[in-house]
Design a protein around this ligand. Structure first.
Ligand SMILES: NC(=O)c1ccc[n+]([C@@H]2O[C@H](COP(=O)([O-])OP(=O)(O)OC[C@H]3O[C@@H](n4cnc5c(N)ncnc54)[C@H](OP(=O)(O)O)[C@@H]3O)[C@@H](O)[C@H]2O)c1
Length: 321
């Protein structure tokens, strides 16, 4: 199927961080027929509702950016919801797309699908070669089953169903709640609030030595557009920058972009987590996709968004519906 600017594109999870970035980037490129539903309007856990919605709205392509996401604590406390709801959401979307002959499906997962002790940088071929990180295996197993389902449909029916696995993302519409957010938005908020209170000290967890990779969410959205506009030859692609930084370097970059002049204290009594997590995204890059932001420009862009949207920042708390 050749996509054109009036092709109907359904973005599941269109108000989330990833879904809203896909919407923004597609709109900017002139795609004029985008559709989305909130979870209140359409609960993706409900198979018949999902089937009816896809049948009636007849999208040309589906981007699955809907998921029950959360940190280690939420994964530990709600293993059933992480496994079941994510399988329900993706199974309902994938089966409706298959049964109703939707030409293209893009499934989004995350780097947690790869084994805990896999060699770095993580290559797609490491999938299912060893045990997962136990703290988020519920989420990871759901995501692996989504990847495999798309691969099975591709293999058995020759359909253009493809999975993209992004590295750590940041950018507009991120979660800045200090209890539930990821490291980058949490640091940005801490530095901003410390700047506002007379450049007071900022205390950060761990030693600052672990290495992590960060991708601006608009660059992921560009990768999604790349996968929409091209037929990718394989079923699974990592999406990252290919470079990582220490948490200390990350903190200093955010501090300088925010303009905080106080001290940083490292609380080394707190855990560091895994020493390094870097994805090998060369397979996607060889096809022609490239990230456009470096860490500095991406953080500057995100901080501008943070300042403009402080009054209505997303405050994600994990809730069981
Ligand atoms: N953020 C990251 O750093 C990161 C990194 C790698 C991969 N990813 C992947 O990207 C995808 C999206 O993540 P995100 O960060 O954009 O998450 P997010 O901001 O929490 O957005 C998730 C979206 O899913 C929707 N959703 C959840 N349960 C639903 C249900 N039962 N019915 C309908 N919609 C439902 C939510 O809709 P409502 O708001 O209407 O409830 C929300 O729009 C996930 O697959 C995640 O694994 C994210």
């Amino acid at each position: 199927m050749k996509l054109n600017k009036s092709s109907k594109i359904y973005i599941a999870g269109h108000l989330g961080m990833v879904g809203s970035a896909c919407w923004r980037v597609l709109e900017k490129l002139g795609y004029s027929n985008l559709i989305g539903r909130t979870s209140k309007e359409l609960d993706l856990r409900n198979q018949s509702q999902v089937h009816d919605f896809i049948r009636d709205s007849k999208p040309d392509v589906i981007i699955d950016a809907a998921a029950k996401v959360g940190g280690i604590v939420a994964n530990k406390d709600y293993p059933y919801q992480f496994l079941m709801e994510n399988m329900q959401i993706q199974n309902n979307l994938i089966s409706a797309a298959h049964e109703l002959s939707i030409a293209k499906f893009i499934f989004l997962g995350s780097s947690c699908i790869y084994p805990k002790l896999a060699a770095q940088p993580l290559k797609e071929e490491y999938l299912l070669t060893d045990s997962l990180e136990p703290t988020n295996e519920w989420y990871a197993i759901a995501k692996i089953s989504g990847v495999k389902l798309c691969e099975a449909i591709r293999r058995q029916f020759g359909k253009d169903f493809v999975s993209l696995m992004p590295t750590n993302l940041y950018g507009s519409n991120d979660n800045f709640n200090l209890q539930t957010s990821h490291v980058l938005p949490a640091m940005m908020r801490k530095f901003h609030e410390a700047k506002e209170s007379n450049h007071s000290d900022v205390t950060l967890w761990g030693s600052g030595s672990p290495m992590r990779e960060f991708l601006h969410v608009d660059d992921l959205a560009n990768a999604v557009v790349f996968a929409l506009e091209n037929v990718l030859p394989d079923y699974l692609y990592n999406v990252g920058t290919g470079t990582d930084v220490t948490i200390k370097e990350l903190a200093e970059t955010i501090q300088s972009q925010v303009g905080h002049k106080g001290r940083i204290n490292w609380d080394s009594s707190k855990p560091d987590g895994t020493p390094r997590k870097l994805m090998d995204s060369s397979k996607m890059m060889q096809l022609g996709w490239r990230p456009t932001y470096n860490l500095k420009t991406g953080i500057a862009n995100t901080y501008s968004w943070f300042l403009e949207n402080q009054a209505h920042l997303k405050e994600v708390k994990f809730e069981v519906k």
